[in-house]
Design a protein around this ligand. Structure first.
Ligand SMILES: [Zn+2]
Length: 469
């Protein structure tokens, strides 16, 4: 039987020393910030009290109210944060330090007071992120890097041809019979190709992954995204990482749920765009039909068409099966969440399917990281999937490959928890999903560059992505 040895006093001291805040330069990716936490570490109660009084005064409050903050950890957190913001103010011309200090005082009840340490950067990312310093710093950096007119024009081409019903309101009317005659059969093939991956001869039992096993993957994916997407992800003051977002708590088993009629049509709309925008056989069906997704009446026509089609027996069986075997993210909608497929595919090794699940888990999480202002632009362009799915795929590739590159044998073992059979080595993600939409998203990335792309995606500065105003 193992006996646990209490830590010696020296060992405890070593831990305290290790975590003791010090003066150092913190690496935030694009920024190196010199912090003077060590100066604060030696302060006594009097000095802490005085600083808090000054903080409250700067925030427009009665200084005496500072004594109302009695929790020792919170008091220290506020003092470290104030000291850092005042020191970092000069690095960003025009940074509104008063506003930032006001934010601290107003939100002190809602923050998790992680104190600065000698090595980590959790404290710095939280304070500089939530108070708007990081966003201001990125904005300042981007002032010299706005897209030129020629670049905007080039990128606009990737988002699709100009809207047919655009200026003047004239434009090609929608040919509904083309959607009915060409899109529906192609969509049906798209669904059945997907479904074929789970084909079982009669008598063979389905095999399932434990939903609980996905927790390990989800936690790793979330930590990886937080670590490797800095400073971009912390530059969104309302980033889900700051507002108590715990990925796994929003996950449900897609295979076990019967989709509603509305769910079915939503899934079909998504796939109708994949099929409709496909140009591998020449002109896309949407182009031939004159379908313009920025026109409300075109979207309504397609919705009604799919709704009616999904009531036909054969189509419905395929659509229901499809819905239960594809990941989805409706987090943020009432009753929504992140749906994952638990049933193992039958046409490949189980471990290969698990690697795909890892990628899906990252993809669905990245949906949650897209700034709402970026998402809103999808309705302004004629290839909405470039933004809605292609952009998500760009960031997914970054995070997924980081996980593979930084994972050791132990990580692999954890990611493969509950998977029977031989282990297939992970393959880095090189291409983007969602057909043409993924390709155009990659073109956008190539044209604007990684830095502009990630700042635009996370902070909602949609101009950096060349999206229409
Ligand atoms: Zn998606």
């Amino acid at each position: 039987m193992a006996t646990s040895q209490p830590l010696s006093e020296d060992a405890v001291l070593a831990v305290v020393e290790r975590d003791r805040p010090v003066n150092r330069t913190v690496d935030l990716g694009l920024f190196q910030v010199a912090v003077k936490h060590g100066d604060v570490a030696g302060w006594g109660d009097v000095q802490v009290g005085e600083t808090l009084g000054r903080l409250f005064k700067a925030a427009g409050q009665e200084p005496g109210l500072a004594s109302g903050v009695t929790d020792r950890q919170l008091r220290l957190w506020l003092v470290y944060a104030t000291n850092m913001l005042v020191g970092a103010r000069e690095l960003v011309p025009g940074f509104d330090v008063k506003k930032a200090l006001t934010w601290l005082v107003a939100n002190v009840g809602g923050v998790r007071p992680v104190l600065p340490s000698a090595v980590g950067r959790e404290f710095e990312l939280t304070v500089l992120g939530r108070t708007g310093w990081l966003r201001a710093a990125l904005r300042g950096r981007m002032q010299q890097k706005r897209l030129t007119e020629a670049e905007v024009k080039r990128v606009a081409g990737f988002y699709g041809p100009p809207a047919a019903g655009g200026a003047g309101g004239q434009g090609v009317p929608l040919k509904g019979e083309v959607l009915r005659g060409e899109l529906l059969p192609k969509l049906y093939r798209h669904l059945t190709d997907h479904i074929a991956q789970w084909y079982r001869p009669s008598g063979v039992e389905a095999r399932f992954q434990g939903l609980g096993d996905f927790r390990v993957i989800a936690e790793f994916a979330q930590a990886a995204a937080w670590s490797m997407l800095q400073p971009y992800v912390a530059a969104n003051e309302n980033s889900p990482f700051f507002t108590g977002f715990t990925y796994f708590e929003n996950v449900f088993d897609k295979t076990a749920v019967m989709p509603t009629d509305e769910d079915i049509v939503k899934h079909l709309m998504n796939r109708a765009h994949v099929v409709g925008e496909d140009t591998t056989g020449g002109q896309s069906i949407f182009a031939v039909a004159g379908y313009d997704s920025t026109r409300r009446e075109d979207r309504q026509f397609l919705w009604d068409l799919l709704s009616e089609w999904s009531k036909e027996d054969k189509a419905r069986r395929a659509a229901v099966y499809f819905c239960r075997h594809v990941g989805s993210n409706s987090h943020g909608e009432p009753g929504g969440g992140i749906g994952l497929v638990t049933e193992f595919k039958t046409d490949r090794p189980f471990s290969q399917h698990r690697w795909e699940i890892v990628e899906v888990i990252v993809h669905e999480m990245v949906h949650t990281l897209m700034h709402p202002d970026v998402k809103a632009k999808a309705s302004k362009i004629t290839r909405p999937l470039v933004v809605l799915e292609g952009f998500v795929e760009v960031v997914t590739r970054e995070v997924f490959n980081w996980m593979i590159d930084h994972g050791d044998d132990e990580t692999t073992k954890r990611l493969m928890i509950g998977v029977p059979g031989p282990l297939v080595a992970p393959a880095r993600k090189t291409t983007l999903g969602y057909g043409a939409a993924g390709g155009y998203a990659d073109d956008v990335l190539g044209a604007v560059g990684r830095e502009r792309f990630l700042i635009g995606f996370m902070t909602g500065d949609t101009e950096l992505l060349g999206l229409p105003a």
